[in-house]
Structures are given as structure tokens and as C-alpha cells.
Design a protein around this ligand. Structure first.
Ligand code: HEC
Length: 138
């Protein structure tokens, strides 16, 4: 009986710890980013990130997704973009719609997702970086 109590207690402690683990948070965030991409971006950029003809640029293997462009990417997702944009040597000139209702957390999740999944970059963008970047958009 006592042994059972100890095992039960250990199980509770282990579960409690795993529930709050950073690995689990990261996984949840990744899933959230993937879902946001599917629901809010894939209709133009396609689920596999390939883009659409001359209208919508690719996200997959896009040379715009560099480390140096993190701020630009964050600003573009929140505020949208009008005007010419060159991606992988090709010029695009359609409007990218703004996402004014997206929280810093949501933009952090989606930006991390596209960098990891489509640009193969191990970049983790946190909500604080989004907040700072958004205060510096031009
Ligand atoms: C209505 C279509 C549309 C939707 C929806 C859309 N985009 Fe775009 N996106 C564009 C267009 C068009 C451009 C290029 C702007 C231009 O042509 O000047 C662009 C450019 C980009 C770029 C920079 C260029 C590149 O291909 O790397 C990124 C990154 C991007 N979009 C990410 C997103 C994300 C993330 C979402 C979802 C939150 C999203 N887009 C939703 C149309 C769209």
C-alpha cells in the first residue's frame, strides 16, 4: 500500500513537471504556428509554401527569409505589404494583407514556424522580439 502511494506520488510529480517542460511548450507553439499558417497564409502561399505562379511568392526556400530580415518579416506579417518585392530573383507586385488582430505571441509562433519549416533555420522568435520589431516598422 505504501509502495503504491509512493509510485502514485512519483507519477503525479513527473506528470506535473512534464506538463510545464519547455520542450512541451515548444511543441505546442510549433503546432500553433503550423495551424496558423494553414488557416491564414496557405490560401495564397500554399500549404507546402511553394507560392502561386506570378501572384504569390514562395515561402519555401525563399531568399527573403534570412536572419537579417527577421524584423521585415515580422512587420510584413502584421502590417501587410504593398509594392514590389523580389523573391528568389523574381519580382512580385500584389498586396499582402495585414493581420492586425494577430497577437505578438501568434506572430512569434508563425514566424518561428516559417523560418524552421520553410527556411531550415533554427531560429526561435519570442513575443518580446515581435513587440520590439513592431515598434520599429517603417
Ligand atoms: C492574399 C494573399 C496572401 C496571404 C493570405 C498571405 N500572403 Fe504573404 N505575401 C503575399 C504577397 C502578394 C506577397 C508579396 C508582396 C508583393 O507582391 O509585393 C507576400 C509576401 C510574403 C513574404 C515575403 C516574401 C517571401 O515569399 O518570402 C512572407 C514571409 C509572407 N508573405 C508570409 C506570409 C504569412 C506568414 C502569411 C499568413 C499570416 C501570409 N504571408 C499571408 C500574399 C499573401
Amino acid at each position: 500500500m505504501r509502495l503504491f502511494a509512493i509510485i502514485a506520488l512519483a507519477a503525479i510529480i513527473i506528470t506535473a513537471c512534464t506538463n510545464n517542460s519547455p520542450e512541451r511548450d515548444q511543441k505546442l507553439n510549433e503546432n500553433w504556428g503550423a495551424n496558423l499558417f494553414k488557416t491564414r497564409c496557405a490560401n495564397c502561399h500554399q500549404e507546402n509554401g511553394a507560392g502561386l505562379a506570378n501572384l504569390y511568392p514562395p515561402i519555401a526556400q525563399s531568399d527573403f527569409l534570412t536572419d537579417a530580415n527577421r524584423k521585415k518579416v515580422i512587420c510584413l506579417i502584421k502590417n501587410g505589404y504593398n509594392g514590389e518585392l523580389v523573391v528568389n530573383g523574381k519580382t512580385y507586385n500584389q498586396a499582402m494583407p495585414a493581420n492586425p488582430d494577430m497577437s505578438d505571441e501568434a506572430i512569434a509562433a508563425i514566424t518561428t514556424y516559417i523560418y524552421k519549416n520553410f527556411a531550415q533555420k533554427n531560429i526561435e522568435i519570442i513575443p518580446l522580439e515581435v513587440q520590439q520589431s513592431l515598434s520599429e516598422c517603417n
